[in-house]
Design a protein around this ligand. Structure first.
Ligand code: NAD
Ligand code: MG
Length: 399
């Protein structure tokens, strides 16, 4: 991103952890004279106070909340600023359709699917944090980006790392992708200990500060399962050649192994402003306020194989991607429902993977459609898995 090039930027999910990191990076880059940008649109689910504060500071042309009950409050909060407002899921899609060159897709969950697709279809570059939309409908999203001529710029730190060292001209020379995982807050916990884990313990990630849902996903390691499926959509590498490696220091963000045995990695401190900066400036670089690595202080990098017995979510993700069709969308939706129920105190920590597994077998048993090539099929699979998961949650909560 040269100082000469002014860009129009939209952030879907601007009040979340990734949204705030993106605005922080933009502010830093602008102060350094490195970025000329205008904010086209900012969106949130219901956090009017934070969204209005961002609007006063960054002067977007449009702001929207997904929850229609907050539309009036948003209108009042930005009154007099000359900013258009909207409310409801259609308003989030409207934000995505407005003219921005670079769209940060940072909504959490499959709720990000439709808005991300709208931005993709008009050819915007998609900085993609919202991994769930790829897990739910990866082929649909990547085809939409390709057809409209935008670029998919992966923001998830592992995928951004791989993107930086992947030889897209010679994908057949790649022998393995190695996705690193911190192991989360329960890396060393026994199953018995995990059985009584509280939401507060599950969201206390050792290295990264993130939204509640992805923090719980890191604790179950479903996050790495979702990332395996995400990687298979972003990089032309069969899922069997994507490995997961626990690396508790979160210094190596992921690696690519080539046929000659060379392994290329991207390293950095655990601060999402580095991968966001890389996707904003790509193929250039732009300064980021992230702390630089101090290797002597880190001193030691360690690695462990993941434990599929204590972290069954990893096995479920492997099984879902191997089965293909509606199974990844089913995995994602069931997990979203189970994580929300856990955060709400309705089910226990180990129930998250148990419910997800039950829903996957319900869907496998009922046969369902085993192909998923259209948006409608993805939406139907997501809806059915949510219905089945809600039933399982209700049964657990009543037990
Ligand atoms: P978060 O919960 O902090 O923020 C989510 C954002 O989405 C908020 O702005 C929220 O208002 C909005 N939102 C929530 N539900 C919505 C809905 N139904 N419709 C429209 N908007 C809605 O989450 P986060 O940690 O910033 O994560 C965002 C995405 O990025 C997730 O997919 C996550 O897996 C991915 N990701 C996050 C990190 C991280 O460090 N936080 C790292 C890698 C990937
Ligand atoms: Mg990640």
């Amino acid at each position: 991103m040269g100082a000469s090039r002014s860009r129009k930027i939209t952030i879907l999910g601007s009040t979340g952890s990734i949204g705030v990191s993106t605005l922080s990076l933009l502010e830093f880059a602008a102060a350094k004279g490195e970025a000329a940008f205008e904010i086209e649109a900012l969106t949130a689910n219901s956090n009017v106070a934070d969204l209005a504060e961002q609007a006063r500071k960054f002067k977007p042309k449009f702001v929207a909340v997904a929850d229609p009950r907050y539309g009036a409050a948003l209108r009042d909060a930005v009154a007099g600023l000359g900013i258009e407002t909207g409310a409801g899921p259609e308003a989030i899609e409207e934000a995505a359709m407005r003219d921005a060159d670079w769209v940060m897709a940072a909504i959490v969950g499959a709720a990000g699917l439709h808005p991300t697709l709208k931005a993709a279809k008009r050819g915007a570059d998609i900085a993609l944090a919202n991994k769930e939309c790829l897990v739910c409908a990866g082929d649909v999203v990547t085809a939409a980006i390709d057809e409209a001529g935008g670029r998919l710029l992966p923001v998830d730190s592992e995928h951004n790392a791989i993107f930086q060292v992947f030889d897209f001209d010679r994908p057949n020379r790649v022998s393995r992708l190695i996705l690193t995982a911190s192991g989360g807050p329960f890396r060393t916990w026994s199953k018995e200990e995990m059985a009584t884990a509280t939401p507060a313990q599950a969201v206390a990630h050792p290295n990264w500060s993130m939204g509640a849902k992805i923090s719980v996903d890191s604790a179950t390691m479903m996050n790495k399962g979702l990332e395996l499926i995400e990687a298979s959509h972003i990089f032309p590498v069969p899922h069997e050649q994507i490995e997961i490696l626990v690396h508790p220091q979160s210094v190596i963000h992921s690696m690519v192994e080539y046929v000659d045995g060379s392994v290329l990695a991207q390293l950095g401190t655990p601060d999402m402003r580095t991968p966001i900066a890389a996707s904003l400036a790509w193929p250039d670089r732009t300064p980021s306020p992230s702390a630089k690595l101090d290797f002597a202080e880190v001193a030691k990098l360690t690695f462990e194989a993941p434990d599929l017995d204590r972290f069954p979510a990893l096995r479920l993700a492997r099984e879902a991607i191997a089965a293909g069709g509606v199974m990844p969308a089913t995995l994602n939706a069931a997990n979203e429902v189970a994580v929300a129920a856990f955060l709400n105190g309705d089910v226990k920590f180990l129930d998250i993977a148990a419910i997800t597994e039950q829903v996957l077998s319900d869907v496998a048993r009922s046969g369902g459609t085993q192909t998923l090539t259209t948006l409608e099929q993805a939406v139907a699979a997501d809806k059915e898995a949510r219905r089945l998961a809600e039933e399982r949650v209700a049964a657990k909560a009543a037990a």
